[in-house]
Write a protein that binds this ligand. Structure first.
Ligand SMILES: [Fe+2]
Ligand SMILES: [Fe+2]
Length: 194
């Protein structure tokens, strides 16, 4: 494994451990299971988007740490994992996407409270303000709220790109497909010889 991929692997592992340490009750909840069943950002799911927001938020925290800027990791984990759970059952409880956009952060706070027992004001604010600058959402009032709100926008773009790439692969998708087939072919040849 090259140095770059070793670093990436190390960061992925750190993220996984941090999510488990501070967010296991959310990750193991029925709500999170449901989140992987509900579509979001056209071709993604609430669950996949949530994991992307959590990982991106932590990656931002690690980048800030290198600049000697401390962040409250437990709040970032809890806030990012719960930020969109209020979207669950969107079709039944909201009448329009505008209503969903304005209301789901408040419902997400309620779900976060239920799942985590006690919720700090900072975590509640991270969740409630994550939609900023969309609609009439209040702006982030902490570094952690700004991190999750930023990660949410980055993840939303990635959700769309990944989804569309799967539908219309583009040059990257074609290269990936060629590599995959080459690998399969090599594996097949090796298998045949033995
Ligand atoms: Fe949201
Ligand atoms: Fe989101």
């Amino acid at each position: 494994m090259g140095k770059k991929s070793q670093k990436k692997e190390k960061r992925r592992e750190a993220i996984r451990q941090e999510l488990e340490r501070y967010g296991s009750e959310i990750l193991n909840s029925e709500e999170m299971k449901q989140a992987f069943q509900q579509r979001h950002h056209t071709l993604s799911t609430v669950g996949a988007h949530t994991m992307r927001v959590a990982a991106t938020s932590l990656a931002i925290c690690y980048a800030l740490k290198k600049l000697h800027i401390k962040t409250d990791i437990p709040s970032v984990v809890k806030g990012s994992l719960c930020h969109d759970l209020g979207i669950l059952g969107r079709g039944e409880k909201f009448h329009s996407s505008k209503e969903c956009s304005a209301r789901h952060p408040i419902d997400s706070v309620e779900i976060a409270q239920k799942l985590t027992g006690e919720l700090s004001d900072k975590t509640a604010d991270i969740i409630e303000r994550h939609m900023w600058p969309v609609g009439k959402a209040k702006p982030p009032n902490s570094l952690e709220a700004a991190i999750v709100s930023t990660a949410d926008k980055i993840a939303a773009v990635e959700d769309f790109v990944e989804g569309y790439e799967q539908q219309r692969p583009g040059i990257k998708g074609v290269v990936r497909e060629i590599k995959k087939r080459k690998k399969e072919n090599t594996a097949w040849k090796t298998k045949k010889k033995s």
